[in-house]
Design a protein around this ligand. Structure first.
Ligand code: HEC
Length: 150
């Protein structure tokens, strides 16, 4: 029996990650959070670029969603053992998130600061989109540059 189990284990790839591994739930939760941020940013950026027809109600709603998301405490979904070092390409979360957690928290604070004037900052019509998209986009990029794998 013992031998059979040992033989079975030997056949398993060393870094196998089971589909029911709870670490993958943490990854799915945070990726869902960022997908929501991305979807709402897509509305604002699309309208700013002219790819989407301008609609003040939609823009204001997207802005309100981004502000709400910026107040959500997302770091709870960055459990130990869920970096690219641990999970490979199942995540884009670089190990720096854990070795420099203060810096990572600062980037979330930067997002909250950029989102703070929303949605009121979007009430100035189509012209208000550009500065908002630029400021929010800068906050996204500031974190992605150092903490998200390419
Ligand atoms: C404090 C850091 C931080 C900030 C701020 C941030 N992101 Fe990210 N983002 C990440 C990390 C880390 C990942 C990778 C998550 C993973 O794969 O586990 C990610 C992943 C994503 C993804 C991919 C999600 C997927 O499908 O897997 C999108 C889209 C995204 N971010 C959009 C945004 C947008 C838009 C903003 C700004 C409004 C933003 N992010 C702000 C850190 C951040």
């Amino acid at each position: 029996m013992r031998l059979t189990l040992a033989a079975a284990l030997a056949l398993m790839p060393i870094a196998a990650i089971a589909q029911d591994d709870p670490r993958l739930d943490a990854v799915a939760a945070r990726q869902g959070y960022f997908k929501l941020l991305g979807a709402n940013m897509g509305v604002l950026a699309g309208m700013a670029k002219g790819d989407l027809a301008y609609d003040e109600a939609q823009a204001t709603q997207a802005g309100a969603n981004i502000k709400a998301l910026s107040l959500y405490h997302a770091p709870v979904h960055f459990a130990q053992g869920t970096s690219t070092d641990d999970l490979g390409d199942q995540t884009a979360a670089r190990p720096e998130i854990w070795t420099d957690s203060a810096g990572f928290a600062e980037k979330f604070a930067g997002l909250a600061a950029a989102a703070a004037p929303l949605p009121e900052a979007l009430a100035g019509g189509q012209d208000s989109l550009g500065p908002v998209v630029q400021s929010l986009g800068g906050a996204c990029k500031a974190c992605h540059d150092g903490y998200r794998a390419k």
